[in-house]
Every structure is written in C-alpha cells, then in structure tokens.
Design a protein around this ligand. Structure first.
Ligand SMILES: *Cc1c(COP(=O)(O)O)cnc(C)c1O
Length: 367
C-alpha cells in the first residue's frame, strides 16, 4: 500500500458541499475583499486563540512581518529567533530591516531553550520570536519571564501549532502580537495562501488593519506607507467552515502520534518526539531522528511510504543569509537536527493500519 506524506481526502471530501456552498455565497454577494466573511472569521479565530483581536492577512510571512512592523521593530534592532525554524521566521525580521539572532533549541524538544536566551541578549535586542515547531508549544511561561526581565517584546510564530496550549493557554495568545499561517498544509489550512495576527492590544490591532490595507483607514487617504496584505474573502469563507472541525482533526493527529509512539518505542537508534511538561502537541508534523536518516528515507520510499525533511538546510546556512557570516559548525544543534530529522506521514484520516505499515517498515530497517 502506498502511503502519501499528506492527503486532504478525509478532510475535504466530506466537506465538499459545505465549503462550495460557503464559496458560492461569496460569489453571489459580489463583495470580494474585506467583507463579512473576513470579519466573521477574525471574530471566530480570535475566540479560538483566546485573544480579543485577530487581523486576517495574506499569508503567514506577512503576518510575522506586519506584527514586527506594528510593534515598531526596525533597522538597528536585533530579534532572537530559533536557529532551527522555517526560514520565514528569519525573513520577517529581515523585512523590517532588523537582524535575526539565532538561539539554539533544546535538542530533545526541538523548541527554543529558555535558558539559552539570556546569553544572546545585547543592548540592541528588542524581541523574542518563539516558534511552536512541528505543533509543539514552547515553554512560554519561562520565555515570557525572560522577556519581562529584559523588557523585550514577544511575537509567537504559531504557523504550525493552531490549537496547542502551554500551561492551559492557547499558543498565539502570549506575545504582544502573534502570527499564524493558513497555508493549505497547516493544521488549519485554506485553499490557497492566508494568515492572521492575534493580539490582545486594541491599538496594535488597529495599526495592523491599517498596515494590511495600504496604510489607510479612510479610502484614498494614506496615513502610513502600508501594504496590500488582506485575508481573501473566499479563503475566509473556507476557513470559517474548516475551523469548526479543527479540534476533531487535532484529536485525530494526536491519536495517530500516539500509535506511532507505541509502535516505534524501543527501536534503538531512533529518537521519537517529546512533549515538554505543561505543553500540548498538535502534531503538525511527526518528526523522528536518526543518524541513518537518508538511508531510512530511501528504504521507506522503496516501500511506497513518503517522508519529508523539515528542514534540510537551517536558515544560517542558506545563501540568502550568507551576509551574516555564519559557517558550517556555527550552530551545531540546528545543523545536527537538519542532518538527522525525518517527518513521517501524518494526516487526519490516517488509520492504525497505515501507522502499522510505516512502523513495520521502520522496524525492518533497524533490524
Ligand atoms: C508555514 C510557516 C510560515 C509561513 O507561512 P506562509 O503562509 O507560508 O507564508 C512561517 N513560519 C513557520 C514556522 C511556518 O511553518
């Protein structure tokens, strides 16, 4: 049996009529940008995130970028970022003219290590960007305590962790402004690009609404140099439907992860994902580690099992970041993760039988 890395069948087939009807309503309403569906989705997603405001934008990178810009971070500033994140976290910092300063993760949880933050703080540090990598909530109370001690802002990158919690509180509700992405493959995915910023700060929310809409609050009057980065009305209509099912899909992801944990336990040479005390994991990705990663990936591919690597090259070794002067060996934990991580198939609708096939193929490889 072939097992794809990701399949939308289980999520999208039963919702086909419901989603197409929601799209038809937008079609008929003839109001295609910043209409009623965007407003409704912002209210619903703010509630879901435990924040009083949500501002829909065009994608996750814009959400990160506009959050930093609304907070006044710019040239000369430094922002602490994980060394092992998706490059978008770093790009947002670069887009406001600030400098990303990498901090190594805890090699067991893959998330920012709160005890390593302080050593990276300088007189120019303005903010910390925790990334809830793979769907696993960071140790937010410890990170917030460091931020408070040094008067730093916090912008969570919640692109992979919609629905996760840290000490009972939703990710995306801790920082002054927090970004998420509704890229199709994310836990809550649109049918195209989409993103949002969540915040409890009314003034910041107003600034974000202005920035996403040409820097204008009154049509044809531009108070600041803004952007065109609005959440699309059609995508908002789709997301409103899908948000109602997110909790159910998250529970399925967690069940699939539990099956993997059971069936892969005790294989020597294989490291399984761990969850920090106080955090929940919504398994955007189920990432294992082994020094024989490439051979394992080939073995699984030969068995018809698709896997991916998140991510093969850490941001500091990307050509785009050459100017920062990092080299191979500069950030050994991120480099080790990039060399050893492998993401297994995980999508709502995967059955225990699917998991058993993947687990058996992995066990055979290590036998
Ligand atoms: C997907 C992702 C982003 C960017 O989101 P887009 O909507 O693709 O721009 C940012 N950060 C992380 C951690 C992501 O996984």
């Amino acid at each position: 049996m072939n097992i794809p890395f990701l399949s939308f069948d289980f999520q999208h087939t039963p919702l086909r009529e419901e989603i197409l009807a929601a799209m038809a309503q937008v079609y008929d309403a003839q109001w295609y940008v910043l209409g009623q569906r965007v407003q409704e989705f912002e209210a619903a997603y703010g509630l879901f995130s435990g924040t009083s405001h949500c501002v829909g934008v065009a994608n996750g990178l814009d959400a990160l970028h506009l959050a930093l810009r609304a907070l006044g971070i710019g040239p000369g500033d430094e922002v602490l970022v994980p060394s092992n994140t998706y490059v978008a976290t770093w790009l947002a910092v670069s887009h406001v003219g600030a400098t990303p300063v990498p901090v190594e993760p805890n090699p067991c949880t893959y998330n920012l290590d709160p005890t390593q933050l302080e050593a990276a703080i300088t007189g120019r540090t303005r903010a910390i960007m925790p990334v809830h990598l793979y769907g696993h909530a960071c140790e937010m109370p410890a990170i917030m305590a460091v931020a408070q001690r040094h008067s730093l802002l916090v912008v969570e990158d919640n692109a992979q962790a919609q629905g996760a919690t840290a000490y009972g509180r939703p990710t995306g509700s801790f920082g002054q402004a927090n970004a998420t992405s509704f890229y199709p493959g994310k836990n809550l995915g649109a049918l195209g690009d989409a993103g949002a910023v969540t915040t409890n700060d009314e003034t910041l929310a107003q600034e974000l609404r202005r920035l996403r809409n040409y820097g204008s609050t009154q049509k044809y009057y531009n108070e600041v140099i803004g952007y065109n980065s609005r959440l699309d009305e059609l995508q908002a209509a789709v997301l409103l439907v899908k948000l109602r099912y997110l909790q159910q899909w998250t529970q399925q992801r967690q069940q699939i992860a539990a099956w993997y944990q059971q069936q892969l336990a005790g294989i020597s040479g294989l490291q399984l994902p761990q969850t920090s005390a106080g955090s929940t994991h919504v398994y955007h990705l189920f990432v294992i580690r082994t020094t024989q990663r490439d051979a394992l990936q080939q073995h699984l591919a030969a068995e018809g099992i698709a896997t991916l690597i998140h991510y093969p090259v850490p941001p500091h070794l990307q050509h785009a970041y050459q100017h920062l002067g990092y080299q191979q060996g500069s950030l050994p934990v991120a480099e080790e993760l990039a060399a050893t991580c492998l993401s297994l198939p995980l999508w709502p609708g995967m059955t225990e039988e699917h998991v058993s096939i993947v687990a058996a193929a992995i066990a055979t490889f290590f036998a």
